[in-house]
Design a protein around this ligand. Sequence first.
Ligand code: NDP
Length: 289
Amino acid sequence: MGIMAGEKTIMNLIDRYAVFGLPIKHSKSPRIHQLFAEQTGQTLEYSSAEVAPEQFAAAAEMFFSHGGKGLNCTVPLKELAWRYADHTTERAQLSKAVNTLALQADGTTLGDNTDGIGLVTDLISNHSIALSGIRILIMGAGGASRGIIAPILEQSPQTLVVANRTVDKAVKLADEFHNKGAITGCGFDDLGNRQFDLILNATSASLSGCLPPLPSGVLAENGSCYDLAYGNEPTAFVRWGLENHAAKSLDGLGMLVEQAAEAFFIWRGVRPLTQPVIELLNSERQARS
Ligand code: NDP
């Protein structure tokens, strides 16, 4: 009994974090946060749990009431997490989605969305792709798209076009952000013979090995491609970029690590180095493929 009580005390001393999602088995977040913790000398525990949307509020409540300090929420829980948070940052309000919940000193939860800053940091800092003054196309108008639009517009691109299979969703999404920069929404068929310096694939087509329809010539000379999805093998869109002579054709592993670093900073007040973690994960997947 005494040992049990002692163990419990020690467990409570270790700050606990977790990622909730469905599915969650293949999530790289526990590994990324463990690597960040080792690198920065922080003591913490980070686990993963499969949580269905209907269980989310109760599971989050349980986690925080039992000493949990912070949660990451992934598909399909980000909108629920946005509704769950007691307070939200401006970027979470704009994206209507939360991927990071942080317990505050007064016991309330703060919801933030670090996906957009994760993408922009990966593009600019890790891949030297400057966004200001260029023509950018986002394929897809779902949750991920919504999260990346404001941080991209902050970089002052020349134009930002959001194209989606369900045209109405792209038009409405672009309308929501029209006061933040030069943005329009359209269907894939409306792309005509327009050209872009950067094409971001924010559809979930890659998850089933498919490509959204891309008109030939849509990628400008020296333009780059970026798939928000990632895998052990190059995604269909990354392959499309390579076949269409993209200057760079990248997947979303860097974005994943950068959004995690931002969450880690929110929780721990320490900014981990992302490059060694990206390099390690890249070399591990190369060894696996
Ligand atoms: P959503 O389910 O919210 O949206 C999916 C989008 O994909 C919709 O615009 C949908 O169009 C479109 N779509 C789905 N299938 C097809 C298809 N076959 N052809 C054309 N369009 C299609 O998903 P999310 O926005 O949350 O996620 C999108 C992608 O971003 C996923 O691959 C996800 O893994 C990735 N992601 C990566 C992150 C990272 O850290 N690297 C972070 C967040 C997301 P419609 O509206 O017509 O249904």
